[in-house]
Design a protein around this ligand. Structure first.
Ligand code: ATP
Ligand code: MG
Length: 576
């Protein structure tokens, strides 16, 4: 595991965490329930802003919030935080709904929008003005920033800070009525320009925005700032535990200030946790949008993206994503988790659940000289060695087959146990074959192998007990289905492209080899009726999932994850 600064936290620690994930938030909630706080009621929410698609970081928050509700017999609301009409749209809201369902969570009737609360929020603002706790400021954004002060120096009061209540009420009503232009006026809380807590220096509550809101249309020309809307929306929904990420810690005093002055009860308890960051990818919607809009990926659902749509298309099972999110625990300091840890969860799941097939990615033709032309032998193959109930299937064998180009070497080095001239190997579930000749084209490239087979070895073992060192996967040339296969690897070539110091240059760290397309892979014929979304293991190659780009004539398969399992090795070492 990497610390946020790139310092390697010991693997021993991360391995331990994966066995007993610590979750201090869960412990806090449990203690509250025991103490009878809110009469033992637990209400959480997941509050996405509909300005992009959900990513693995959001999955973590979803698993946490819905998980708490489930464990303590409470509720978890889905609330769209749609207070900024210039960046939000309904398509993203719909995609978020679909993604959370896909991940396996359900909010029942509890779907809300911050925009449902525009009227009560407006009334709250009016009450604060009446109490002398808010004022309309004519300073522009630049002036407000200039008067903000610094960590060491107090800010300067706005020259409009001492407007009378009636003047403020009048101006705010006229802001609402659309009399002023964007940026001309804002509503600010009147707190303390010298507070050591910067968020308490007369923070903005409302701004003028003239665009159309996806849900409320042109009804409003003023919109609440996130900081004004968020805590009160929680209070309106009677959220007991308002779980959010660390960057909101500094905003907590402000949320509490609003809740206390407005006497909203019960006050939601805000608990912050560290964002989930993964190596070799980014978890910032803004940066992900840059990848999409810059054409660096094919869309939000590009299988290389850390979005739920991308992972779904890549073939990640939702249960494996949930396991991963639970397994890494909940921390209160920033860290970066190795992507291989997510991949480990994906493999664990697919190893149990994915059926095995034999497919050849880079085909090399093999003619079995002593196998009768036109004849087909149906051999029995195991669907999933991890699950006996998955049964067996028939795989056709014939005179011409394909093997993997890599599985043959004309002049093999010492440790190469696969096929080479004169060498005998096993074809999985089929026969022993021996290479008797190598056919090449003018350029010297091997185009075909001539082999003989031993009919006595049907099923894959020799009755005389002789052994072979290699077992190859294969597919019958006449029966194979040609397919496009997309091989993915890390989207970025460095571990922490999202690190702040790397700023806008994160694009420069895109891995130029993150996608390799194979046009003429040869698939086992049992995949004939597979549908997009179908997951399977191509034996010896990895886990693959059928892409929606597939056509009847040419299926497309995405490599979900390779078979190699480095994180598993780390875990095993730790257990010893
Ligand atoms: P981004 O920085 O990607 O735009 P965001 O926080 O602005 O993320 P929201 O739509 O506001 O995106 O997020 C909804 C919820 O998901 C928030 O409660 C937020 O704290 C949480 N969340 C976002 N990113 C992560 C992450 N990487 N890890 C854990 N929780 C996250
Ligand atoms: Mg946000």
């Amino acid at each position: 595991m990497l610390g946020r600064t790139g310092v390697l936290v010991s693997d021993a620690m991360s391995a331990e965490e994966s066995i007993v994930p610590s979750n201090f938030i869960r412990n806090r909630v449990e203690a509250d329930v025991k103490d009878g706080k809110n009469a033992g009621r637990v209400a959480t929410r997941f509050p996405p802003e509909p300005n992009g698609c959900l990513h693995i970081g959001h999955a973590k928050s979803i698993v946490l919030n819905f998980g708490l509700a489930k464990e303590f017999g409470g509720t978890c609301n889905l609330r769209f935080d749609d207070t900024n009409p210039s960046t939000e749209d309904m398509e993203h809201a719909e995609s978020i709904v679909e993604d959370i369902r896909w991940l396996g969570f359900d909010w029942g009737e509890n779907l809300f929008y911050a925009s449902d609360y525009f009227e009560p929020l407006y009334q709250m603002a009016v009450r604060l003005i009446e109490m002398g706790l808010a004022f309309v400021d004519d300073q522009n954004a630049e002036e407000i920033r200039a008067n903000q002060g610094t960590l060491t120096d107090a800010g300067t009061n706005s020259p409009f800070r001492d407007r009378t209540v009636s003047e403020n009420l009048d101006l705010f009503a006229r802001m609402k009525a659309g009399e002023f232009e964007e940026g001309e006026k804002v509503l600010r809380a009147k707190i303390d320009m010298s507070s050591s807590v910067l968020t308490l220096r007369d923070p903005l509550m409302y701004r003028i925005q003239k665009g159309e809101h996806p849900r409320t249309g042109k009804a409003w020309s003023i919109y609440p700032m996130y900081d004004f809307a968020h805590g009160q929306s929680d209070a309106i929904e009677k959220i007991t535990h308002s779980v959010c990420t660390l960057e909101f810690r500094d905003h907590r005093p402000l949320y509490n200030w609003f809740i206390e002055r407005l006497e909203l009860k019960p006050a939601p308890e805000q608990i912050e946790f560290a964002r989930l960051n993964l190596t070799h990818t980014i978890t910032s919607k803004r940066k992900l949008r840059e990848l999409v809009e810059g054409g660096h990926v094919s869309g939000w659902d590009d299988p290389r993206m850390p979005t739920l749509r991308g992972m779904r298309r890549r073939g990640y099972p939702p249960a494996a994503i949930r396991d991963f999110c639970e397994g890494v625990g909940v921390a209160n300091r920033d860290s970066v988790i190795e992507l291989s840890r997510l991949e480990y969860s994906i493999r664990q799941d697919l190893n149990k659940n994915a059926t095995r097939v034999m497919s050849v990615l880079r085909p090399l033709k093999v003619v079995i000289e002593n196998f009768p032309e036109g004849e087909v032998d149906e051999l029995e193959a195991v669907n999933n060695p991890e699950d006996e109930a998955a049964g067996t299937r028939k795989v056709p064998f014939s005179r011409e087959i394909y093997i993997e180009r890599d599985d043959f070497m004309e002049e093999p080095p010492k440790k190469f146990f696969r096929l080479s001239p004169g060498r005998e190997v096993r074809l999985r579930y089929a026969f022993f074959i021996t290479c008797v000749d190598v056919v090449k084209d003018e350029s010297g490239e091997v185009t075909e192998l001539r082999c003989t087979y031993d009919p006595e070895t049907r099923g894959g073992d020799a009755p005389d007990g002789r052994k072979v060192k290699g077992t190859l996967h294969w597919v019958s040339a006449d029966h194979a289905i040609e397919a496009e296969v997309r091989l993915y690897s890390h989207l970025f070539d460095c571990e922490d492209p999202g690190e702040l110091s790397k700023g806008p240059e994160f694009i420069d760290h895109l891995n130029s080899e993150s996608l390799e397309v194979i046009e003429n892979a040869q698939l086992e014929p049992s995949l004939r009726d597979a549908e997009p979304g179908h997951s399977c293991q191509f034996e010896r190659l990895g886990y693959f999932s059928m892409d929606p780009d597939s056509t009847k004539a040419k299926p497309v398969f995405n490599r979900t994850v390779t078979l190699r399992d480095t994180w598993g090795k780390v875990l095993k070492k730790e257990k010893k």
